[in-house]
Ligand binder design. Structure first.
Ligand SMILES: Cc1cc2nc3c(=O)[nH]c(=O)nc-3n(C[C@H](O)[C@H](O)[C@H](O)COP(=O)(O)O)c2cc1C
Length: 223
């Protein structure tokens, strides 16, 4: 796939076909993505691929945590966004709920939508990115993880796969650690769900807005 087409066509996929993703394809995508840049070539990323029973256990574990009323750090994190950032977050939710036919006052359906995220969108596979906690204080390690994250998402398109970068799936790190064995010495940074997109799933039709380039770019030149 052409790189420009890939960048332009990537969207978050929140509904997947149940078909498993062959291990060889996942390995190939990761083998490509490790070409991502990193600060002084430190390559801080550590990658855990979860499928099958392990992934199902994480889904169940997340839902249990939600059910037992453990407040997810997610809502606390979302509250950190104010002004235009908060507005964009609200716009996203409004647009997703509109496509999914979820009314503002329909608490049950909203809760079900939230649970879907905690079930990792019922994807057949997920890629969890973590890094050694010794890198916590370094300024660039998380940025490096961002670079490989996007690279994975773009490479996946070449194989007809869709992805959704998400923190909902890893919001309870203790659940992820229990079923993957990722030790306490590693910081679990982000998750990517991956699978074949179900294009009939309404939320997959979402087209998110972007600020036009002319309103975010400052050209400094002496011309
Ligand atoms: C760091 C990060 C965390 C995200 N976490 C979630 C998440 O927990 N749940 C979700 O549905 N989408 C999540 N997303 C997807 C964003 O909502 C999405 O990228 C954004 O709305 C732009 O839409 P697009 O990816 O379709 O272009 C996350 C994206 C990033 C980069």
């Amino acid at each position: 796939m052409d790189i420009i087409e890939a960048i332009r066509s990537r969207t978050s996929i929140r509904g997947y076909k149940p078909d498993p993703v062959p291990k060889e394809i996942l390995r190939e995508i990761l083998d490509i993505a490790i070409h991502a840049p990193s600060a002084i070539n430190t390559q801080p990323w550590e990658i855990t691929v979860v499928t099958g029973e392990v992934l199902d256990n994480i889904r169940k574990g997340n839902i249990e945590m939600l059910t037992f009323g453990v407040p997810p750090a997610l809502s606390a994190r979302l509250r950190l966004y104010v002004g235009i950032y908060r507005q964009r977050q609200v716009d996203l939710a409004i647009n997703i709920f509109r496509l999914m036919g979820i009314a503002r006052e329909d608490k049950e359906k909203r809760a079900e939508w939230m649970q879907r995220g905690f079930r990792l969108f019922d994807a057949p596979a997920a890629i969890i990115l973590s890094m050694d906690k010794s890198l916590d204080e370094t300024p660039f390690a998380v940025l490096d993880i961002g670079a490989i994250t996007q690279t994975i998402c773009l490479a996946a398109l070449n194989y007809g796969l869709g992805t959704c970068i998400n923190d909902q799936g890893i919001i309870f790190p203790e659940v992820v650690r229990r079923f993957t064995g990722i030790p306490e010495s590693k910081q679990i940074v982000i998750c990517i769900t991956i699978g074949y997109p179900d294009w009939d799933f309404p939320a997959n039709k979402l087209e998110t807005a972007r600020e036009p380039v002319d309103s975010i770019v400052t050209w400094c030149s002496d011309a």
